[in-house]
Ligand binder design. Structure first.
Ligand SMILES: *Cc1c(COP(=O)(O)O)cnc(C)c1O
Length: 370
């Protein structure tokens, strides 16, 4: 039987995006301008409950500038998960603060509040949870810990556009939220990021820091960067934002089909009241070693032409770049999920036949390996 390969992700970029880019190019104004401004307003309105939105050139910049605008700097510790993309810890380190890695809950893959509380020291200034794979972190418990110890709460929402808890969108729970528009995220701008905040002063500082620290031209108030978004990227982002709700619904329907039919692996858990937007649909092969999991993903591809991804095989506290911040640290749940996790295709381009093949492959390969 020959199958066509099912890719683990597929950015959808069409005629509408091309026309929008062409209009910007024809206008002659390509750097930050009216498209960026409109994108900020629309993003705030549609997925950030009306808070301030500041567009930048990447999700990493959104995290970095959000931290700087919130006053994080030398001498501060910020508690982050180790089970995430390196940008989370990198942004803390680039702010001259120290990333302190806490463990995750092995069922939801997001920060374990008990491990966070155990990581608090007198230097802790903030907590930066990640809404990993599109599932909101436990913001109620993390808010309680932050308030109890007088800490700021931030959000890495790079994978979680339009995710919510009890009707409140992610990116509005903390001092700021950071979104990414990298091509494989739930919506793209080519590259890009967005800082959301209900704090007018944080928004003002973030807008300054992205542009050399100036609000008024050549009257620079802060030391800043050039991390502006272009109008070309914003024009793509605006078109994609208009399609996000439909794509999210399709992702959720695809996930529901997978969860109803995958019987040989642990499927994602969604707490009551949480909206999961399935940036990734991630199963666990309970008890698998990293090598066993890698044989599983190889068999999905070789026998069924089903693509998959492992996010993330090496916990951040063991990366050569970030390990120096965490000598001797052990995070048992992080190690466990890093070897058990497999992300399956869930993107909106999948057909019903694709979904059925993913289910058949996962159940058959998991059973054979058991
Ligand atoms: C993608 C991502 C980022 C960084 O976003 P970029 O736009 O690639 O810079 C940060 N955190 C997480 C969890 C991500 O997945």
């Amino acid at each position: 039987m020959t199958y066509e390969f099912i890719p683990p992700a597929r950015p959808i970029i069409g005629e509408d995006e091309r026309r929008a880019v062409d209009a910007v190019l024809a206008s002659g104004q390509v750097a930050q301008g009216p498209q960026v401004h409109a994108f900020e307003e629309e993003f705030s309105e549609q997925v950030a409950d009306g808070v301030h939105a500041v567009a930048v050139n990447s999700g990493t910049s959104a995290l970095h500038i959000g931290l700087l605008a919130s006053g994080i700097g030398a001498g501060d510790e910020v508690i982050v998960p180790s089970f995430t993309f390196a940008a989370t810890g990198n942004s803390v380190a680039l702010s001259n603060a120290k990333p302190v890695f806490a463990d995750v809950d092995p069922v939801t893959f997001t920060l374990d509040p008990a491990s966070v509380e155990a990581s608090v020291t007198e230097k802790t200034a903030g907590i930066l949870p990640v809404h990993l794979y599109g599932l909101p972190a436990n913001m109620t418990a993390l808010r309680q810990i932050a308030d109890k110890h007088g800490l700021a709460l931030f959000e890495d929402a790079a994978q979680a556009h339009a995710a919510a808890i009890d009707g409140q969108h992610v990116g509005t729970f903390g001092t700021f939220g950071a979104f990414s528009f990298y091509p494989t995220k739930n919506m793209t701008a080519g590259e890009g990021g967005m800082i959301t905040t209900s704090d007018a002063e944080v928004a003002r500082k973030a807008a300054m820091i992205r542009n050399q620290g100036m609000e008024k031209r050549y009257a620079n108030e802060l030391v800043g960067l050039n991390n502006r978004m272009t109008d070309i990227n914003a024009a793509i982002g605006r078109v994609q934002l208009g399609k996000l709700a439909g794509w999210t619904k399709t992702r959720q329907q695809n996930a529901a089909f997978l969860s109803a039919n995958i019987t040989e692996a642990v499927t994602p858990h969604v707490p009551e009241g949480y909206v999961h937007v399935y940036h990734q649909y991630t199963i666990r092969l309970e008890g698998a070693t990293g090598a066993e999991r890698d044989r599983f993903t190889a068999a999905l591809k070789d026998e069924y032409q089903v693509g998959s991804g492992v996010y993330y095989p090496i916990p951040n506290h063991r990366l050569p770049s970030l390990a120096p911040y965490a000598p001797g640290l052990e995070l048992p749940n992080t190690e466990k999920v890093a070897s058990e996790c497999v992300s399956l295709p869930v993107h909106p381009s999948l057909t019903q036949a694709d979904l059925e093949r993913v289910v058949e492959a996962v159940n058959a390969v998991a059973k054979a390996g058991a």
